[in-house]
Design a protein. Sequence first.
Length: 115
Amino acid sequence: QVQLVESGGGLVQAGGSLRLSCLVSGSIFIFRTNALGWYRQAPGKQREFVADITSDGNTNYADSVKGRFTISRDNFKNMVYLQMNSLKPEDTAVYYCNSGSKWPWGQGTQVTVSS
């Protein structure tokens, strides 16, 4: 059973940066053979796609974060990261990692950007 543990969120001023981390517990084979993504859910809104990275490192971003966020993965540590720069108040949300919605969702990590 895969478990997802997100961390790294916090309160930051607009223009600031945060780096989110996600530990994907389970077999290394499962980790290395799946695309991994970050998603976010703001209050009163649906969960939305932020970015993903394939097993061979190809990345894809939502238009709203393109050029500001960078997703990466460490296949030796079962970790996926999201570097967030030039943060905006509209980035405020709970951030989750997953492979689509393949695995049970973790608790997420709260990101709050003040103006």
